[in-house]
Design a protein around this ligand. Structure first.
Ligand code: URA
Length: 208
């Protein structure tokens, strides 16, 4: 994998579609994924959202945030007055990592080494898209964007990511909301929508 990455880095992509072609041709670092899942959304999108990795549905469909977590994200974006179609959505890691349990494919968290492997792509991707604001959804996204592990509860809110040309914002991952006990979900979802409202206000501010 290290050699594959070095070979890939030598092939500096000239555009987002070049980069996505490289991503689609790449082998998963951990074998098993059906296909790579590149980001989605318009070049020049003012806001980019970075998740962890594709889930089961994303792996089957080849598109980010189309499964249960993605649907929750869509609903929260709409409630916060943000148009999903105008945002750029991507993941820190571009392949689904899972463990098979019977017929089910259970999500496995990517290791720090795996996140580091995909960082080169993520940086270039965001460079081509050029968002003013990048929202890290959960700890894996923060690690991918900053190289550091930070507890979300402490870092939640506006953030500066060292050396990046965009404003940052840190919030929870929508899958975290789905995993909470039902009694805690309503409040946590409300806080997530509040965060997205702040994201919306911040994007308007950064636009000036
Ligand atoms: N979770 C993510 O982080 N990304 C997706 O695309 C789907 C679920």
């Amino acid at each position: 994998p290290a050699r594959a990455l070095a070979a890939m880095s030598a092939q500096e992509p000239a555009s987002l579609s070049d980069l996505n072609a490289l991503i689609r041709r790449s082998e998963p670092l951990v074998p098993g994924a059906t296909q790579a899942v590149p980001g989605e959304g318009p070049i020049g999108a003012p806001i980019a959202f970075v998740g962890e990795q594709p889930g089961d549905q994303e792996d089957r469909q080849g598109r980010p945030f189309v499964g249960p977590a993605g649907q929750l994200l869509s609903r929260a974006l709409a409630e916060a007055g943000l148009d999903r179609a105008q945002a750029y959505l991507t993941n820190a890691v571009k392949h689904f990592k899972f463990e098979e349990r019977g017929k089910r494919r259970i999500h496995q968290k990517p290791s720090a080494g795996e996140v580091a492997h995909y960082r080169w792509w993520l940086d270039r991707e965001l460079g081509f898209v050029g968002p003013r604001l990048v929202v890290a959804l959960g700890a894996t996204a923060v690690l991918a964007l900053t190289g550091r592990s930070v507890p979300i509860t402490r870092a939640r809110g506006p953030a500066r990511f060292d050396g990046k040309p965009y404003q940052g914002f840190i919030t929870v991952h929508p899958s975290y909301l789905l995993r909470l006990p039902e009694a805690a979900q309503t409040d946590a979802y409300g806080q997530f929508v509040d965060d997205l409202r702040r994201v919306r206000a911040l994007a308007e501010e950064v636009r000036g």
